[in-house]
Design a protein around this ligand. Sequence first.
Ligand SMILES: [Mn+2]
Length: 380
Amino acid sequence: MFLLSLSVLLPLLPLTRCSFYDNPELEIPTESGTPLDELKAKWDFDWGFSGISTFAHLHHVKCLTTPYEPFDIGIIGAPFDTAVSYRPGARFGPRAIRAASARQTSFRGFNHRAHLNPYTSWPAILDCGDIPITPFDNALALHQMSSAYLELLSRRPLSYSNPEGHVHPKLITLGGDHSIALPALRALEKVYGQPIAVLHFDAHLDTWHPGAYPSAWAETPTQADFTHGTMFWVASQEGLINNGSSVHAGLRTRLLGNDFHDYEDDEKQGFLRIESDDIDAVGVQGIIDLIMERMGTKTPVYLSVDIDVIDPGLAPGTGTPEPGGWTTRELIQILRGVEDLNLVGADVVEVSPAYESGHGESTALAGAQVVFEMLTSMVK
Ligand SMILES: [Mn+2]
């Protein structure tokens, strides 16, 4: 009886709803199985501030364990910082750079300086996650990183040979302290079968002899030779670096002792040195010209950006800050200016968020922008 009266009364209830505050989701679909494209059209989107933190909201797979998911360019974290000489903390660099990349999205990723959107162009770009690196044993850490790079670089990229010459996937590493460049160079030299030219943005040389730190123990063979200030020296010893085509840019470090010994040692390793101060004499274009004259457009180049190349006033969150650096804008312009280099790999290192001033993420934002410019150049 009650049911009957309800069914009689229902049609009499007011059915028109026009309030702004109505809840359309109350109209639950009668059956499940909404077509996938409809779901994607509705929900496959993230605001800068929503979503799980991957670089630029890219699709994330742990590439090291998913060989069946080929890619063209991989962003990979190397959260390692037990080879630093001053402030530790760059193990948190990858997560800081990913968080700071949140306003980079495929729908608003057009790089106006380069006239293209790397996120909607030809390559499959993945956030490959992090290499799990031990913080307890640097010899093991180096072995783990070298193995990880070799594993990923040995794979066939998704767009193999299209464009021509694209026969290896490309990695952009989020450091980590600068020592992570050594395992990257080891893998690149092996995969490309030749020494790799290094374009090295940094306040420091990083070609230092391991004995540079005064120590009574320096003569003892030790894994302590591997640091964030010696990795290019080790790489040179191993024959990984193209001696004669490499460049330091943005230098302003103090040197050891009382003379230019560090520079002489650096010269033997075949680097051209561009000082931070040089930009006032030759300008941004002058710096670009020096790099391009030295490296050309054919030589395989590893681009390594130590974020401390930027002045610590603009990028304080780093391991070994040095006053008198370039501005973020100058660095971006220089990176755009050298976009014709033949990049085979890249890194952004020494972002150490604990030393950011306040919560503005300025260093990590610079790091994320540098990755954006690297991606753009690789796509172009
Ligand atoms: Mn460095």
